[in-house]
Design a protein. Structure first.
Length: 281
């Protein structure tokens, strides 16, 4: 399905969208008055694994600062839990391919293949798999929820830069909240209307995404373009009854990949949810 309804003041259709404002990277602010210790927070859940999946961002701020928190067990569980949905992801991909082959299907979506890199949490006991890159920075609810990559060159050969409103960038950041950014990463789960948003970014769909189950973020570079796909991403807190799939492409105008004069495109394949459930919505 191609999403064509109006969402938060813009039309989510396969078209070129550029979004940008100015300031260094930052993350959402937390106001937490709970005085429990990290151990008391974890022990309040039936198991360590359930704590990892259900703790609030405020609780994570306390737990993450605890020296005795078992980071290896946490990361190992995140990888195993996400891998347990491999069959569901395969089913979703098969359905997606059938839809794309129909008459009148989305013409802008590029389905990820084996040339794509998948963003994953840092390795636990098992290490990283083929074509995987670990997230570099986290905040809020942690890896696969509120995280970002290290800077990634737009061109391995260095023969082009991405121009955003007159400024040229050699690197981009992949962010879990639906955007790629320039000049710094973005870990901010509260979207701000443009142009008031304080980041240099292209926002595919800036919302409170959650990747802990079926969702994936994949990207690839060709000689002339960068493709970043947000595939079946759920919403916070670990919800997957509704899923979104969208794609960001950046290139240079001379590449011929996009219509003449354009260097960025956002494609919306399937958009089913609008915001996370922080407020119970």
């Amino acid at each position: 399905m191609i999403f064509t309804r109006q969402f938060h003041g813009f039309f989510a259709t396969p078209l070129v969208i550029l979004t940008m404002a100015w300031c260094p990277s930052s993350q959402g602010q937390l106001d937490f008055g709970d005085t429990r210790t990290a151990k008391e927070i974890i022990d309040s859940y039936p198991s360590f694994e359930e704590a990892v999946l259900e703790m609030t961002r405020e609780e994570w701020e306390v737990v993450r600062a605890w020296d005795e928190f078992d980071e290896v067990a946490y990361l190992t569980f995140l990888h195993k839990y996400h891998d347990s949905f491999d069959e569901k992801r395969a089913e979703r991909k098969e359905l997606r391919m059938k839809v794309l082959q129909q008459d009148g299907a989305c013409g802008c979506w590029v389905e990820p293949d084996d040339s794509y890199i998948t963003m994953v949490p840092p390795p636990g006991l098992g290490g990283l798999g083929p074509n995987e890159m670990a997230w570099a920075n986290q905040g809020g609810a942690g890896w696969n929820v509120d995280c970002s990559s290290n800077p990634i060159p737009v061109s391995d050969a260095g023969d082009w830069q991405f121009e955003l409103y007159g400024d040229n960038y050699s690197n981009f950041y992949v962010n879990s909240k639906g955007q790629i950014s320039f000049g710094g990463d973005v870990i901010d789960w509260t979207p701000t209307g443009f142009p008031a948003a304080e980041y240099n970014q292209i926002a595919g769909y800036w919302q409170d995404t959650d990747l802990r189950t079926v969702g994936e973020i994949k990207w690839k570079k060709t000689q002339d373009a960068v493709y970043v796909n947000y595939i079946d991403v759920g919403y916070y807190n670990n919800q997957t009854d509704l899923l979104n799939s969208f794609q960001i492409i950046i290139t240079h105008p001379e590449s011929g990949i996009l219509p003449e004069g354009n260097n960025a495109q956002v494609c919306y394949l399937d958009m089913d949810w609008a915001h996370g459930d922080v407020g119970g919505g």
